[in-house]
Design a protein around this ligand. Structure first.
Ligand code: SAJ
Length: 426
């Protein structure tokens, strides 16, 4: 890779200003990690509420230990948030990259962040895209900047000696373990040119203990998408098996456990579906780029997206056998032990049950103080404590394997109809 010596580029953190665009699940931990290494970090967000919360030394998301790191960084004067972008040495883009209604990538936030950065740029600046993005986005950033800054020489794969360095370093952190994974995970750094990659990797070396792998921007973009698509395909396989097992009268958990005794087999866990803001979205960025060939990924998306409906039909069939069914719905978040409801299959299932008026729904979600607005409008839906729900329910539907549910006394479940989507009571 690069033959030049960049060992000292970020050797004096206090001399460098870093601006992080987007202070969400990815940007805020990155900003806090850099501030705790001594950099002067300016977080930019479009929400004045988020800016105010962070400047008060607090956080607006649930993530273990992040509150302490942010609080320390803000009180040390190393991290501050603002609505107005300012000049810096390094700009990190960590804004959302959702998809539109027809599963096409919506890159408007990346474009807006780039437009905000362009007028602030000066020679020697580094721009890093952390947001998960379709292949070609990092190159697009260069083209967008070139439109408004013809005075700057931008890099390309042939041109290493540019005024600005641009690289993609996709985030890889698992919600719930973000601070640990930010430091310990290997990172992929894809540069527009080798010098861009080497320059960006020096920044990550200041706080990453994992290995840093250098490549070009397009490969880094697809590698990140492939990681999440890989997981989606494997979860779809498990979800499909769970439906096949239901048909054949086989306990899917026992069967998977046995199959996994093979040294080269590691089947994942079926569930209520695939949620969150990453795995249920990112495969579409590959599918939309190569629709005719991305067959397995499309099928996996369809299998995982249809699982909530399958669970809902199972509950309806069980409820049809009772006169006034009371159903305990355990869990609403998209996975265990977090409060994140984005694209949550559990929430979707409870919404569908409420709409179908299947019975009285007692919702237990220990990570939320109140029901989300989409459920509050239904008269037959109540949030209750676990104990009360278990006492009153005829049907106990386990949607998320929160730790509180794993500890439930099995004796309490004996007189109930149980539908366990996560195999907690296998
Ligand atoms: N799920 C199953 N069965 C399993 C594993 C997960 O049904 O065996 C479900 C979960 O319940 C959840 C969904 O899949 O609904 C996704 O959960 P997850 O824990 O697999 O992943 P995320 O979305 O929280 O985070 C992923 C991670 N990517 C990979 O593991 C390849 C994380 O490292 C990424 O940084 C993150 O996406 C991201 O931001 O892209």
């Amino acid at each position: 890779m690069a033959s030049f010596d960049l060992q000292t580029v970020f050797a004096e953190p206090s001399a460098k200003r870093i601006s992080v665009f987007g202070l969400g699940y990815v940007g805020l931990p990155v900003a806090a990690a850099l501030a705790s290494r001594g950099f002067e970090v300016i977080g930019v967000d479009i929400s004045s509420r988020i800016v105010d919360v962070i400047n008060a030394g607090k956080i607006h998301i649930v993530e273990p230990d992040l509150d302490m790191v942010v609080q320390a960084a803000v009180s040390a004067g190393k991290l501050r948030a603002t609505l107005d972008p300012e000049p810096a040495d390094v700009f990190i883009i960590a804004v959302p990259t959702p998809f539109t209604g027809d599963h096409q990538p919506d890159m408007s936030s990346v474009r807006e962040a780039t437009n905000a950065i362009a007028p602030l740029l000066s020679k020697g600046n580094l721009i890093i895209l952390e947001s998960t993005s379709p292949t070609g986005t990092t190159e697009n950033i260069c083209s967008w900047i070139a439109e408004t800054r013809p005075d700057l020489v931008l890099p390309d794969s042939e041109l290493d000696d540019a005024d600005i360095h641009v690289a993609h370093c996709p985030e890889r952190v698992l919600p719930g373990r973000v601070l640990r994974e930010l430091v310990d995970n290997d990172r992929i750094v894809g540069g527009i040119s080798p010098r861009c990659a080497a320059y960006a990797s020096e920044l990550y070396r200041t706080f990453v203990r994992g290995e840093i792998h250098l490549t070009n921007a397009r490969t880094a973009e697809l590698a990140k998408l492939a990681e999440n698509a890989y997981r989606d395909v494997n979860i779809a396989f498990a979800n499909e098996l769970s439906i096949i097992c239901d048909r054949l009268g086989i306990n899917v958990w026992e069967m998977i456990n046995l199959a996994n005794r093979h040294p080269r087999v590691q089947i994942l866990a079926p569930g209520a579906g695939v949620g969150g803001h990453c795995i249920s979205i990112d495969p579409w960025f590959i599918i939309s780029a190569a629709p005719e060939v991305a067959k397995v990924m499309r099928a996996a998306r369809e299998v995982n997206d249809s699982k909530p409906n399958y669970v809902c039909e199972k509950v309806k069939a069980a409820a049809a056998r009772l006169r006034q069914p009371v159903i305990a719905c355990l869990g609403l978040s998209y996975k265990a032990d977090i409060d994140d409801l984005r694209a949550s299959p559990a929430l979707h299932i409870v919404e569908m049950l409420a709409q179908a008026n299947v019975g009285e729904l007692l919702v237990v979600e220990p990570n939320l103080k109140q029901l989300p607005a989409s459920l509050r409008e239904f008269g037959g839906v109540r949030q209750t404590e676990l104990r009360q729900a278990l006492a009153e329910a005829d049907i106990v539907l386990l949607l998320v394997d929160h730790r509180q549910f794993r500890r439930i006394d099995r004796e309490m479940l004996k007189p109930k109809i149980t539908i366990d989507t996560r195999g907690v009571w296998r």
